[in-house]
Design a protein around this ligand. Structure first.
Ligand code: GLU
Length: 421
């Protein structure tokens, strides 16, 4: 059966891991549902003088390991089930990365490209006002995600601080450096992705020099992945795609050329010299996902690899930089094909790891150098990768199930010790 509801995906993934772990039933059931779910409706004054009601969500999935943590998405198709799924993945993510947080996620149903800068600010502030009693540096700590930026975080931190009458940088992470952000947070998710790819290549005895890469999604994560794959690992990014379509070049697409082109044209897809235009979002992305490359990196949103296209994937390694890019049906097909998958909540844990570093710095009001951040990030990612890879080998399970096993064990122990189960 075709399953595209991300929360059902989470529950299926969890059930599979629970079976492999022979997990106690009460813990299994507790982890199948979020602890707390908030739905808020709030009014925002628009530039034309009218007032509009927006819907927002915040889900605190599980806080056995620490205050809940996770991003905020501004997306027109946001649903409660998607936010619940993303909050669950955050819970497994912080556990696998071994950082003392639970998992949460939030979202506002809106189309950021149809809002002015001032309207964005008012939506951000009003949303935080609506959930201000439920978040805080020791409660629940939001961060950026799809269509939210460091500027969004700055407004939100400011609003929360005003409401509470304190200066509270630790309420939110991913802030600009000038107002308590951490050096190295901007490209942290992408950096974490390339550390896991480096580790996977080591384990598989493969060289990354001139390895061919396709990147689907060209936002904060995808574009930095492109840059770092080229700069740090010497790999060749042969295809990139985003909402405008996808482009391909056998000789590799140079990151700086894409940047220049984006500046000049706003969109990169059609105008670039020396590259082949693969098609619009539908056609171009379909072709991109099926390219014969060494590594495929979905870096956009969920449900990109499905039972419709999984059989056509020719990459040897899939690095899931996005959250939830692979449906359970696709997962089975890709595993059967012997593709090495670096599962999302391991692969993209770099963002929340540096968020944690930011929060630690905020609490101490003492700030680290960029080199220090990167070094600590590398250590965390390398350790998390090894835990998952080794577990998969020992148990004879796929990497995603192994990642679940590592995370769920930690959560189960914390829940037992707290006396919840
Ligand atoms: N939104 C990012 C994620 O999905 C980062 C979350 C955070 O830093 O709290 O992992």
């Amino acid at each position: 059966m075709k399953e595209m509801n991300p929360f059902k995906t989470v529950q299926r993934q969890l059930d599979k891991a629970a079976e492999a772990l022979d997990l106690e039933e009460s813990i299994h059931q507790a982890l199948r549902k979020p602890m707390r779910t908030f739905i808020v409706n709030f009014q925002v004054k628009m530039d034309d003088g009218s007032s509009k009601t927006f819907k927002g969500y915040r889900v605190q999935y599980n806080d056995a390991l620490g205050p809940t943590k996770g991003g905020l998405r501004f997306h027109p198709n946001e649903t409660l089930d998607t936010v619940k799924a993303l909050a669950a993945w955050m819970t497994w993510k912080t556990a696998v990365a071994d950082i003392p947080y639970g998992g949460g996620k939030g979202g506002v149903v809106c189309s950021p490209n149809q809002l002015s800068e001032r309207e964005m600010e008012r939506v951000s502030r009003s949303y935080i006002c609506a959930i201000s009693d439920y978040i805080g540096p020791d409660k629940d700590i939001p961060a950026p995600d799809v269509y939210t930026t460091s500027q969004t975080m700055a407004w939100m931190m400011d609003e929360f601080s005003k409401i509470k009458g304190v200066n509270a940088p630790g309420v939110i992470t991913g802030k600009p450096v000038e107002v308590g952000g951490s050096l190295g947070r901007g490209d942290a998710t992408a950096r974490g992705v390339i550390y896991t790819i480096r580790e996977a290549a080591n384990k598989l005895n493969r060289s990354l020099d001139q390895a061919t890469i396709a990147v689907q999604g060209y936002g904060n994560v995808g574009s930095y992945v492109h840059k770092l794959m080229e700069e740090q690992l010497g790999a060749k990014v042969v295809a990139i795609g985003d909402e405008e379509g996808a482009i391909y070049s056998e000789d590799g697409i140079c990151y700086s050329k894409v940047k220049d082109n984006m500046k000049a044209h706003g969109v990169f897809s059609k105008e670039m010299e020396g590259v082949e235009y693969l098609g619009d979002i539908e056609e171009g992305n379909k072709k991109l996902l099926e390219l014969d490359v060494d590594i495929l990196i979905p870096a956009a949103i969920e449900n990109v690899l499905t039972q419709e296209n999984a059989d056509e994937v020719k990459a040897d390694i899939i690095a899931e930089a996005a959250n939830g890019p692979t449906t359970p049906e696709a997962d089975d097909i890709l595993n059967q094909k012997g593709i090495y998958i670096i599962p999302d909540f391991l692969c993209n844990a770099g963002g929340v790891t540096v968020s944690y570093f930011e929060w630690v710095q905020n609490r101490n009001r003492y700030y680290w150098s960029e080199a220090e951040v990167y070094e600590r990030l590398d250590k965390k990612m390398t350790k998390a990768f090894a835990d998952v890879h080794n577990r998969a080998q020992e148990e004879g399970v796929d990497n995603r199930t192994a990642a679940y096993m590592v995370s769920i064990e930690k959560l189960a122990r914390a829940m037992e010790l707290r006396g919840w189960v």
